[in-house]
Design a protein around this ligand. Structure first.
Ligand SMILES: [Zn+2]
Length: 100
Protein backbone atom coordinates (compact mmCIF):
# COMPACT_ATOMS: atom_id res chain seq x y z
CA UNK A 1 0.00 0.00 0.00
CA UNK A 2 1.39 3.39 -0.95
CA UNK A 3 1.65 6.22 1.51
CA UNK A 4 -0.98 8.19 -0.31
CA UNK A 5 -3.47 5.34 -0.13
CA UNK A 6 -3.22 5.24 3.65
CA UNK A 7 -4.05 8.89 4.04
CA UNK A 8 -7.51 8.88 2.55
CA UNK A 9 -9.16 12.24 2.99
CA UNK A 10 -12.20 12.59 5.13
CA UNK A 11 -15.06 14.19 3.28
CA UNK A 12 -17.85 15.95 5.11
CA UNK A 13 -20.98 16.88 3.25
CA UNK A 14 -24.15 18.62 4.24
CA UNK A 15 -26.75 16.37 2.65
CA UNK A 16 -29.80 18.27 3.78
CA UNK A 17 -29.86 21.67 5.41
CA UNK A 18 -31.71 21.89 8.72
CA UNK A 19 -35.45 22.19 8.19
CA UNK A 20 -37.83 24.34 10.23
CA UNK A 21 -37.42 21.91 13.11
CA UNK A 22 -33.65 22.23 12.92
CA UNK A 23 -33.17 18.67 11.69
CA UNK A 24 -30.64 18.11 8.92
CA UNK A 25 -28.54 15.33 7.46
CA UNK A 26 -24.79 15.17 6.96
CA UNK A 27 -22.47 12.51 5.64
CA UNK A 28 -18.92 11.56 6.56
CA UNK A 29 -16.90 9.62 4.00
CA UNK A 30 -13.71 7.89 5.14
CA UNK A 31 -11.80 5.36 3.07
CA UNK A 32 -14.63 5.18 0.57
CA UNK A 33 -17.21 4.39 3.23
CA UNK A 34 -19.98 6.90 3.73
CA UNK A 35 -21.92 7.20 6.96
CA UNK A 36 -25.02 9.32 7.23
CA UNK A 37 -26.04 11.19 10.34
CA UNK A 38 -29.23 12.97 11.21
CA UNK A 39 -28.38 15.96 13.34
CA UNK A 40 -30.17 18.62 15.29
CA UNK A 41 -28.77 21.60 17.13
CA UNK A 42 -29.65 21.73 20.80
CA UNK A 43 -29.36 24.57 23.30
CA UNK A 44 -25.91 24.75 24.82
CA UNK A 45 -25.12 26.96 27.78
CA UNK A 46 -21.53 25.97 28.52
CA UNK A 47 -19.75 27.35 25.47
CA UNK A 48 -19.76 26.33 21.85
CA UNK A 49 -22.72 24.91 19.97
CA UNK A 50 -24.37 21.65 20.85
CA UNK A 51 -25.64 19.04 18.39
CA UNK A 52 -27.20 15.63 18.63
CA UNK A 53 -25.89 13.26 15.98
CA UNK A 54 -27.85 10.13 15.19
CA UNK A 55 -26.03 7.70 12.97
CA UNK A 56 -28.44 6.19 10.47
CA UNK A 57 -28.65 2.42 10.40
CA UNK A 58 -26.91 1.68 13.69
CA UNK A 59 -28.88 3.75 16.15
CA UNK A 60 -25.78 5.31 17.71
CA UNK A 61 -26.50 8.72 19.18
CA UNK A 62 -23.77 11.17 20.11
CA UNK A 63 -24.00 14.50 21.83
CA UNK A 64 -21.40 16.72 20.21
CA UNK A 65 -20.22 20.17 21.15
CA UNK A 66 -18.19 22.35 18.81
CA UNK A 67 -16.61 25.78 19.10
CA UNK A 68 -13.24 26.85 20.41
CA UNK A 69 -10.92 23.86 20.99
CA UNK A 70 -11.70 23.92 24.71
CA UNK A 71 -15.41 23.79 23.91
CA UNK A 72 -15.25 20.71 21.67
CA UNK A 73 -16.47 17.41 23.01
CA UNK A 74 -18.13 14.20 21.88
CA UNK A 75 -19.32 11.02 23.51
CA UNK A 76 -17.76 8.55 21.10
CA UNK A 77 -14.81 6.29 21.86
CA UNK A 78 -12.60 8.13 19.41
CA UNK A 79 -12.97 11.41 21.21
CA UNK A 80 -12.54 9.83 24.62
CA UNK A 81 -9.32 8.20 23.46
CA UNK A 82 -7.82 10.90 21.25
CA UNK A 83 -9.60 14.15 22.05
CA UNK A 84 -10.83 14.47 18.49
CA UNK A 85 -13.17 12.59 16.22
CA UNK A 86 -14.96 12.76 12.92
CA UNK A 87 -18.14 14.02 14.57
CA UNK A 88 -16.47 17.11 16.04
CA UNK A 89 -14.34 17.64 12.93
CA UNK A 90 -17.34 17.18 10.67
CA UNK A 91 -19.54 19.67 12.49
CA UNK A 92 -16.63 22.09 12.86
CA UNK A 93 -16.06 21.93 9.11
CA UNK A 94 -19.69 22.69 8.36
CA UNK A 95 -19.85 25.49 10.91
CA UNK A 96 -16.55 26.84 9.60
CA UNK A 97 -17.92 26.93 6.07
CA UNK A 98 -20.93 28.83 7.28
CA UNK A 99 -23.47 26.22 6.24
CA UNK A 100 -24.63 25.59 9.80
ZN1 LIG B 1 -17.29 11.62 18.11
Amino acid sequence: MSASAKRSPRVIRLVRSPDEDGVGVLSVTVSGQTQFYVFREIPCEIGGRGFVLHRLGLGNVYHVRVGEPVDCSCECMGFLAHGRCKHVQGLLALVGHGVL
